[in-house]
Design a protein around this ligand. Structure first.
Ligand code: SF4
Length: 318
């Protein structure tokens, strides 16, 4: 098999756990402070009613049942033995601590090797992290916190109504690192207000903070969202597929080669979308990225030489 030009998540998991690992989505009955009125109403301008977890089971089903129903299916199909319990949808730490504890404990079982929790940077708190650390030590289960950031440009963050700026993200990563948990950062590389320069800065900030994993998304535009209405009124343009591929390749070149890549392209069901992946399947876009990297002899980390006093490089024995 040809060696990959970036660090692939499935291979990383195999190296870490010694076998193939599957991520099992769990859907909690939670919302988000950016939707319920605490920070804002309606949420980020691209967020739909279902959040990110359109593949999930209903949140009314208990954590254990969701986990085991999905495990049963995956086990039969792929003969898998170990799993990651993935609290995927909305903001999974936006809960009273006791309730959060209950849900997390419900996901701890022998075949679960890792718990992955999606949340917002402004919903990361020391008390919740300290509890997760107890889980890690008592149950021998690894923890990964997945943070939506989407852009490092704080003007764009305001335009997309994130309800937080870059500072809250930096704070969250520093706190997560104190406990030695992994973090995964979600970025959208084709937000209409971001330039290629923002994408490069994103890769540099994520690398400088020592984040462990990234998940890249291409923006999909859902009907009945603020961005959907803006799209229908021609208030912005979406970059071409070629440009998206170029941004992904550039992002990877600036990224620390140790960072694991969970995903390069967003995936969404076509129904209900006004725009989704240039009407091209995600795997074709991924192939396109691979081909471009091959052609340019590009690889993750090719331009990763900007940390640790870059300007001193030309001085002998700095
Ligand atoms: S933070 Fe996530 S769940 Fe909350 S509004 Fe934004 S996209 Fe939706």
């Amino acid at each position: 098999m040809k060696e990959s030009r970036y660090r692939i998540y499935s291979q990383y998991l195999k190296e870490k756990y010694g076998e193939k690992i599957y991520k099992i989505p769990i859907n909690l009955p939670v919302t988000c402070p950016n939707r319920d009125g605490i920070l804002g109403r309606g949420g980020c301008i691209f967020c739909g009613e279902e959040g990110a977890g359109f593949e999930n089971l209903a949140s009314s089903i208990s954590v254990k049942d969701q986990l085991n129903k999905n495990i049963e299916y995956i086990q039969k199909k792929y003969k898998a033995k170990k799993f990651i319990a993935y609290f995927q949808n909305f903001t999974n730490t936006y809960l009273p601590l006791e309730q959060f504890k209950e849900y997390i404990y419900a996901s701890c079982q022998e075949n679960v090797v890792e718990i992955s929790i999606s949340t917002r940077p402004d919903c990361v708190n020391d008390k919740y992290l300290a509890f997760l650390n107890e889980v890690k030590e008592e149950k021998n289960i690894n923890i990964c916190i997945e943070l939506g950031l989407q852009s490092v440009n704080y003007h764009t963050l305001r335009k997309i109504n994130r309800g937080h700026s870059l500072a809250e993200f930096i704070d969250a990563i520093i706190r997560i690192k104190k406990y030695g948990f992994d973090s995964c950062v979600h970025m959208i590389l084709n937000l209409p207000w971001d330039e290629k320069e923002d994408v490069i800065e994103g890769a540099k900030i994520i690398s400088a903070l020592g984040v462990e994993q990234v998940k890249l998304h291409s923006l999909y535009i859902l009907k009945n969202t603020v961005i959907g209405r803006m799209y229908e009124n021609n208030e912005f343009k979406i970059i071409s597929l070629e440009e998206y591929v170029d941004r992904v390749v550039t992002f990877l070149e600036y990224l620390d080669p140790n960072i694991v890549i969970q995903r390069l392209v967003g995936r969404a069901p076509k129904e209900n979308t006004l725009f989704c992946n240039w009407d091209t399947s995600w795997w074709k876009i991924k192939d396109h990225i691979d081909e471009k990297m091959e052609k340019l002899d590009s690889f993750q980390g090719k331009k990763f030489m900007y940390l640790n006093g870059k300007a001193l490089m030309h001085i002998k024995n700095p």
